[in-house]
Write a protein that binds this ligand. Structure first.
Ligand code: FEO
Length: 406
């Protein structure tokens, strides 16, 4: 656990998680941090927490270094009940059974459901203030659905720090000094990439609530953004707000000048078309992300698709339907609201088509609203005329993407 000072009377405990699937689903090859914060006025509050109960040992050591007895902690503030932030609460209550848990009505229910905790809960409402003394007054700011309906943030009026939980977070394990003012430009760029992965995998379904949270944040005199994951923004908090605004806007379709090619092939016939597509794309000045199914993780595909204005799908028909892992990924893109993309599909079929029919159903079901060029389907291997049509349509797609992002 890293133990650092954020600002006056405000401390951070940060722990990296690696080698896991986040939420049991999302690959995080670069890890992620979980950040917790301690604010010490006349009273002391711990804001957000950790995944694992064992973390309590490190946290107690940190409190000792700060000359805070565990029994002198007055409040545990639960901004969001997802267990990556709340998994240690029962362990903390064992060392301080009288600690008051600050929660809202929605998280109160989950405290009981997850950990059987029913007592010493103080239910707060939007705008309530928790006075820690010495000017540290924490205002409750509801930001529902960023990420769960219970999510809220705390704003310390004395230091201008917003403890934003999942909002403005990013994946990526962090160094000890995970502050934007201590990082190089390259590191900031790395966390920007990690923030898109985090956004697309974790909060993409909630882009409208994210926009509302940004509007609310902009009414506060924010000096520091201290999220539950990733880096703490002390020098330029406006950057992560602007980035999140941009990520939220990608939902509707106009994202970066990039194309994501998602493909699968059973016996190499669709793969021949894929190779041709790649050859055509090499002649175009555009960034291309390539993902093969079923090998690639859907989290990576989702990130590429979120960043891309154009998407190319290449898959065969499989037993009168679509190549199954493609259907599953497309449903995931639909449920994460990857909408309004410029798109094109190619694919092989054996004795009948079927992929196209299922594709239309998935688009309809997910209200994805992708604008498709006419597909190129071929019986068996692609023929010369198929290659010509593919080239023509890939070039048309590139043109449309470039025009859209202009
Ligand atoms: Fe980081 Fe939704 O929990």
């Amino acid at each position: 656990m890293y133990k650092t000072k954020v600002t006056e009377n405000t401390y951070q405990a940060s722990k990296n998680l690696e080698g896991i699937l986040f939420e049991g689903i999302w690959d995080i090859p670069n890890g992620t941090s979980v950040n917790s914060f301690i604010v010490k006025g006349d009273k002391t509050a711990i804001i957000d927490g950790f995944w694992d109960p064992e973390t309590i040992t490190d946290l107690l050591e940190y409190l000792e270094e700060l000359e805070i007895k565990p029994t002198d902690v007055d409040y545990l503030i639960v901004n969001h009940m997802e267990p990556d932030h709340s998994g240690w609460i029962s362990a903390y209550k064992e060392v301080n059974p009288d600690v008051k848990i600050i929660a809202n009505e929605k998280s109160k229910d989950l405290l009981e459901a997850f950990y059987g905790i029913e007592e010493n809960i103080v239910v707060v409402e939007e705008g309530d203030k928790i006075d820690l003394g010495q000017g540290h007054e924490l205002e409750v700011v509801f930001i529902p659905n960023v990420h769960w309906p219970d999510t809220m943030a705390m704003f310390d009026h004395k230091t201008g720090t917003i403890f934003s939980c999942d909002a403005f977070g990013s994946f990526g394990s962090v160094p000890e000094e995970n502050y934007d003012d201590k990082l190089t430009e390259e590191q900031i760029e790395f966390y920007e990439e990690q923030a898109v992965k985090y956004y697309s995998n974790i909060v993409a379904s909630f882009s409208n609530p994210v926009k509302k949270a940004i509007e609310k944040a902009e009414t506060l005199p924010i000096e520091i953004i201290a999220p539950g994951h990733g880096i703490v923004w002390r020098e330029n908090p406006g950057k992560i707000i602007d980035d999140y605004r941009r990520y939220a806007d990608y939902q509707k379709g106009i994202a970066k000048e990039e194309i994501t090619l998602i493909w699968g092939s059973m016996y190499g016939m669709t793969e021949k078309a894929v190779n041709h597509i790649l050859k055509v794309l090499e002649t175009e000045d555009i960034k291309v992300n390539v993902h093969r199914l079923p090998e690639d993780f859907s989290g990576q595909i989702l990130t590429s698709a979120w960043n891309s204005t154009g998407i190319i799908l290449a898959m065969p028909t499989y037993e009168y339907k679509m190549f199954p892992s493609m259907a599953s990924v497309l449903r995931e893109l639909g449920s994460k609201r990857v909408q309004g993309r410029k798109a094109f599909r190619v694919g092989s079929y054996g004795w009948s088509g079927g992929a196209e029919r299922e594709l239309e159903a998935i688009m309809e079901e997910g209200r994805m609203n992708w604008e498709f060029l006419e597909p190129v389907e071929f019986k068996g291997v692609p023929k010369e005329e198929d290659y010509e049509l593919i080239e023509e349509r890939v070039k048309e797609l590139v043109k449309q993407v470039k025009e859209a992002v202009k």
